[in-house]
Design a protein around this ligand. Structure first.
Ligand SMILES: [Zn+2]
Length: 275
């Protein structure tokens, strides 16, 4: 699932190529993928993007005339591909842009459920669409993080994933960050002391930077993650087998020695809590 490191790696990669040529053809778009109809997607044709920007997990492509912004949110299963002129493009797509000269930007989404989204908006509407997002996770710093964790009483894994509070972190990087910070995913944010907040702020930066560097080199999930989806594998710090627990609708991965003082976390699936 693409989060801040993955999307920022994409942004850097796309920034030049998407601005190189004007858009020749916008669409087709899957009816569930394209979330806006006014302005029509064809309004992009003949315009040129200024480059690629990012806000949280979303990519933004503003046109260089300042009139439109294409917003892309990949959700869980969406994937982007930039295919050079003459390159082999996937036949089916959820959304497609073709540039003059023949390069294509293609959004694909595996599975029947189309959850990834594309919005074409005027800049003011794009600002409104993104206004609910909290500050960017990367470079947040301990002072701002302190205000967020003490303003809320939430379990840390849920707090880190809440885009209204902090933008860019999802389940995978929440696992990686909490492991580096040596904090329990179930710890209550309001219980954190100064030293723990500093540790968490440092872990947010170091893990997202590590992820960005690896993703920019094209590293796979397996090579990038050290805790996420590593059930039973030895913790890279202490060798204890990585454990997992179901929490709300997510599976959390953690090291019982590094993070919970040896305690095994109890299942808190939403379906169980509601029973
Ligand atoms: Zn460990």
């Amino acid at each position: 699932m693409p989060e801040l490191p993955e999307m920022e790696a994409w942004r850097r990669q796309l920034d030049g190529p998407v601005a190189a040529f004007p858009i020749a053809k916008a669409g087709p778009a899957h009816i569930a993928t394209l979330k806006t109809f006014d302005p029509p997607i064809a309004a992009l044709e003949g315009r040129r993007f200024r480059g690629a920007e990012r806000r949280g997990k979303r990519l933004l492509f503003p046109t260089d005339d300042g009139e439109l912004v294409l917003v892309v949110h990949l959700m869980t299963a969406g994937r982007l591909r930039f295919v050079d002129a003459g390159g082999k493009a996937p036949k089916s797509s959820a959304f497609r842009l073709e540039f003059s000269g023949g390069a294509q930007l293609i959004l694909t989404e595996a599975g029947k459920k189309k959850r990834a989204g594309v919005w074409l908006l005027a800049p003011e509407a794009a600002r409104e669409e993104l206004a609910h997002l909290g500050p960017e996770a990367l470079g947040l710093g301990s002072e701002q993080l302190g205000e967020i964790v003490h303003g809320e009483s939430r379990r840390l894994h849920a707090l880190l994933r809440n885009q209204h509070l902090i933008a860019g972190i999802g389940r995978a990087w929440a696992n990686e960050i909490l492991h580096t910070a040596k904090l329990s995913p179930y710890a209550l944010s309001s219980d954190l002391d100064e030293e723990e907040i500093e540790r968490l702020a440092a872990a947010i930066d170091s893990e997202l930077e590590r992820g960005l560097e690896l993703r920019a080199q094209g590293a796979s999930d397996d090579k990038t993650y050290r805790v996420h989806r590593k059930l039973g594998e030895p913790c890279h710090v202490c060798g204890t087998p990585i454990a997992q627990v179901d929490f709300e609708e997510h599976t959390i991965f953690y090291c019982p020695s590094c993070q919970t003082g040896g305690r095994v976390l109890k299942d808190r699936r939403l379906s169980r809590l509601l029973r």
